[in-house]
Design a protein around this ligand. Structure first.
Ligand code: AMP
Length: 492
């Protein structure tokens, strides 16, 4: 089946050919025809499957007829992070090159000014992160009665980030007559509930089992005798030196670990850079660009880097830490083996990781992941964990030491990097309109929104959940858009 068989117009076919794509991917084959016919689509697909084009192409087709009116966007794409939103915008630019569609991108970074001007004139496509969109709506800048198509991309990511109440709210604000194209890599019950409620007889398109891992990825684990970090870093270096490792992303659960591992690799002569939500936006963008251009070989990353970033041709993914949420394993290793290329995923598993490792096996529907035998290596390089460093106290003192060694680093960096942080300011500018401060953003020197607007109420009108944080404590990296799970009391 070719793109011409999908019912796309000659102008779009030209743009697709210019982008260098010859054949539609499975999700495109299945989702584009019903989407063009105006049906709702529920797409269950991971990033890397070509899902972005499976909604941008039919949207362009539909929006090519008709014109935008002032303050009334004709379509809305909601994405969980800046980067993903910017990538969607780039897709619209690429495939819409022969159409005159106007587009705005409502994500973090700059001021509201340019955005307002664009929206005032009217846009065919509005791409936004959920919090930013609601902000703009609440400022009275948007009329939603003209929304013909609404897309929710990476819904399961939105769930992880606590955006689902916002998504529900937005669904309720848009006309019932809209067409909805809804994408998620997995279908947890909460997502199922939303789709049952807001999609009308959707055509369900599933290109791989929920939470399944791409078949092009060879998965292996290394059993590490201890969770001691030095032992793990030794093992990691050995893995990086293996044959065939062209480049890779090394995932850690905590921002502090990302920093330590990146520094350690650099010290040992590896071309590695860290990326996580506490690092300056400019540094993150530079790092990503260098990685894309092969100037950096290894990206040491927290989970934010896994969210929807399109980094082609990563040969390896390394899980330095076993992810705490099993779905993150699927997202992490999905950074390799993309678009039919072969990829390898390796994970260090210590005896302390048993529970999380079991959860991963359950999620991917496997009994065991192949073990790469490192026993000889560990015999020759015995663990560094001395009696005095074992146990909880030692772990805490290690944490303290590492943060004092880092000097001015923020204490939050030892928290799991769950904030929807990574940003893409420049692509945003390039892609379309300019942007506003980020609801999903990394720490910025800006007043929290709650300072300038009615405080102490959530967007959905509920009082904030009881929190173990002090109320006046700034939440670095989250704006006031704190995922609900971070506000829960921590069980001790
Ligand atoms: P996505 O899943 O939308 O993030 O797309 C993953 C990658 O596949 C992106 O780099 C796209 O540019 C690329 N891609 C999308 N559609 C096709 C296609 N039909 N043929 C080849 N590559 C594609």
């Amino acid at each position: 089946m070719s793109f011409a068989d999908l019912g796309l117009s000659p102008k779009l076919l030209e743009a697709i050919a210019a982008a260098g794509y010859e054949n539609p991917t499975p999700i495109q084959k299945e989702a584009i025809p019903p989407a063009i016919q105006g049906h709702d689509v529920l797409g269950i697909a991971q990033t890397g499957t070509g899902k972005t084009a499976s909604f941008t192409l039919p949207m362009i087709e539909r929006l090519s007829k008709g014109r935008a009116k002032a303050r009334m966007p004709r379509s809305l794409v909601l994405a969980p992070t800046r980067e993903l939103a910017a990538q969607v915008a780039e897709n619209f630019e690429k495939y819409g090159v022969n159409h005159k569609l106007s587009m705005a991108l409502l994500i973090g970074g700059v001021s509201f000014g340019d955005q307002d001007a664009k929206l005032m004139r009217g846009v065919d496509v509005l791409i936004a992160t959920p919090g930013r969109f609601i902000d703009q709506f609440e400022r009275g800048k948007l009329l939603l009665s003209g929304i013909e198509v609404m897309v929710v991309d990476e819904a399961d990511r939105m769930l992880d980030m606590g955006f689902i109440p916002d998504i529900e709210k937005i669904f309720k604000m848009t006309p019932m007559t809209r067409q909805t194209l809804f994408f998620s890599a997995t279908m947890p019950p909460e997502i199922q509930r939303i789709t049952d409620q807001f999609l009308h007889n959707p055509v369900r398109v599933e290109v791989s089992r929920p939470a399944s891992t791409a078949e092009t990825i060879t998965q292996r684990i290394v059993r590490v005798p201890t969770k001691d970090d030095k032992t793990k870093r030794n093992a990691l270096r050995e893995l990086l030196r293996q044959e065939g490792v062209k480049n890779g992303i090394i995932f850690c659960n905590r921002k502090s670990t990302v920093d330590i591992v990146a520094k350690s690799l650099q010290k040992h002569g590896f071309n590695a850079r860290p990326i996580h939500g506490d690092l300056a936006q400019a540094f993150r963008m530079e790092t990503l660009n260098k990685f894309r251009n092969d100037e950096v070989q290894f990206l040491v990353a927290s989970d934010v880097a896994a969210r929807g970033l399109d980094i082609p041709a990563v040969s390896h993914v390394f899980n330095y830490d076993v992810p705490i949420h099993s779905d993150d394993y699927v997202h992490r290793i999905g950074r390799t083996g993309r678009a039919g290329l072969k990829g390898a995923a390796l994970m260090l598993v210590s005896p302390a990781d048993g529970k999380h490792y079991d959860a991963i096996l359950k999620t991917i529907g496997a009994e065991e992941i192949e073990v790469l035998d490192f026993s000889k290596f560990f015999e020759e390089n015995p663990g560094q964990e001395s009696r005095s460093r074992g146990g909880k106290d030692a772990k805490e003192s290690r944490g303290r030491r590492s943060s004092s060694r880092r000097g001015n680093r923020k204490s939050e960096s030892s928290q799991p990097d769950n904030e929807p942080a990574a940003t893409a300011e420049k692509p945003a500018e390039k892609a379309a309109a300019t942007t506003v401060e980020d609801d999903n953003a990394a720490p910025q020197k800006k007043p929290q929104r709650s300072e300038s607007r009615a405080p102490a109420r959530r967007r959905n009108g509920e009082a904030r959940a009881p929190s173990s944080r002090r109320r006046d404590e700034a939440v670095v990296g989250l704006g006031d858009h704190v995922p609900a799970f971070l506000m829960r009391e921590v069980a001790r």
